[in-house]
Design a protein around this ligand. Structure first.
Ligand SMILES: NC(=O)c1ccc[n+]([C@@H]2O[C@H](COP(=O)([O-])OP(=O)(O)OC[C@H]3O[C@@H](n4cnc5c(N)ncnc54)[C@H](OP(=O)(O)O)[C@@H]3O)[C@@H](O)[C@H]2O)c1
Length: 254
């Protein structure tokens, strides 16, 4: 087994973000285990994979990321998002001890750790998730703090080629990023030495304003109309204060 100092282990490679990371071509020497090769919910599966593969960076993008499913199946959400991340962190700690090498851990979290009512959330603001999904992602953030070399990215993203619904609220706001921009940001973060929690997002816009340019048939509606039909709470203003990210990027250039 040869050690490649540039190698990255990506979890969730078959997911929306994982596929965008792989097709970007930005990340060389990337390990992309399937769920059969590395199952977050099976500590033994992670241990075996870690014993036979070396990597400097662990980019953790696997999750039960469908918010409705998390609300309907909280035990599954806890198992994958919370306990799965704990299993990964425990195995990273064990591998660091065994190999005496530091592993950089990048965790893709969510803007849903904030209450998402008033917007403009900074990393210093209180975290009060409004859904089971958000709570499990926040719980996972806590486990990641057991590591020394980590970055937690709080974000939201979309695929402009796949805008799901036919109507979006013109009075519900986010900092949602095109997926390609998030991939670029992850690459830039990896080229910085930032440790800690960071918001990464685009400028604050309503969902309708953001998506109508990508799908012309979209109709505007109100958040109240969506809430009447929703099976889980929805964010009203989940926009992010990304000034820390701007500062980190500026200092990286100097
Ligand atoms: N979508 C958003 O707007 C958004 C916003 C903020 C944060 N995030 C976070 O961004 C990350 C990527 O989201 P996404 O939209 O790309 O998710 P996705 O398309 O639903 O993909 C989820 C990935 O996780 C893998 N996975 C699920 N359970 C697993 C397990 N037990 N063991 C190993 N792998 C497992 C899936 O593998 P299979 O293909 O085998 O199922 C898949 O590769 C997630 O952490 C999500 O919470 C997403």
């Amino acid at each position: 087994m040869s050690f490649n100092p540039q190698s990255i282990l990506l979890t969730g490679a078959s997911g929306q973000l994982g596929r965008a990371i792989c097709r970007s071509g930005k990340f060389k020497n990337i390990l992309t285990p399937t769920r059969i090769e590395l199952d977050l919910t099976q500590a033994n599966s992670i241990r075996k994979y870690f014993e036979t593969h070396d990597f400097d960076v662990l980019l953790h993008a696997a999750a039960l990321a469908r918010v409705v499913r998390c609300q309907q199946e909280p035990s599954k959400a806890i198992e994958v998002n919370l306990m799965g991340t704990c299993n990964l962190v425990l195995n990273v700690l064990e591998k660091e001890k065994r190999t005496k090498r530091s592993i950089r851990f990048i965790y893709i979290s969510t803007d849903g750790v904030y209450a998402s009512t008033r917007g403009h959330y900074s990393e210093e603001d209180a975290t009060i998730p409004y859904s089971v999904y958000g709570w499990t992602k926040l719980g996972a953030e806590c486990a990641v703090h057991g590591l020394t070399n980590f970055s937690i990215i709080r974000t939201r993203f979309f695929d402009s080629q796949n805008i799901k619904y036919n109507r979006y609220a013109s009075d519900s706001y986010t900092s949602s990023l095109p997926i390609e921009e998030l991939v670029n940001s992850i690459d830039r973060l990896l080229n910085s030495d930032f440790v800690g929690t960071i918001n990464i997002g685009a400028e604050r816009k309503s969902d309708y304003e953001r998506f109508k340019v990508h799908k012309l048939s979209i109709q505007p509606c109100t958040i109240e109309a969506l809430l009447k039909e929703a099976v889980l709470p929805l964010s009203r203003d989940a926009s992010l204060d990304c000034r820390l990210w701007e500062r980190v990027m500026k200092s990286r250039k100097q």
